[in-house]
Design a protein around this ligand. Sequence first.
Ligand code: HEM
Length: 120
Amino acid sequence: MEQTLYEKLGGEEAIAKVVDYFYHGLVLKDETVNPFFEHTDMKKQIGHQTKFISFALGGPNQYSGKSMAKAHEGMNIQPAHFDAIVKHLHDSLAHFGVDEADIDTALSKVASLRDDIMYK
Ligand code: HEM
């Protein structure tokens, strides 16, 4: 059986490191998007996001958070915000040495959530 991207990247532990770098290294330093996270419990957010991304990459489904539409309700996220977040995800995966082809696969999964997340 073919290895999932989740396994290839090193499982949940490796993905947790990527997600931690994504928020603390990039998202929270970017003024385009950091106001959204002003009142967010980042520890909880990193936990949810790790489980969610793990599932999106073919790992076990342990995500028990809100639907994407519900999670982003009332935020009115615009294309510029969404694109900034996708770029940070790209740069986080690249930072940990994931190759561009695998990054493309991961990002196309995330990009498919665009309509569930934007303008809610
Ligand atoms: C690009 C794809 C995205 C994915 C996969 C994603 C995923 C998630 C997940 C899994 C949660 C947690 C839901 C829960 O707690 O039950 C969440 C919450 C959140 N997301 Fe996103 N998100 C994305 C894009 C964005 C964008 C573009 C923004 C704004 C710039 C954003 C801002 C937030 C905020 C502020 C929260 C709530 C934090 C809180 O509870 O205070 N997200 N997102």
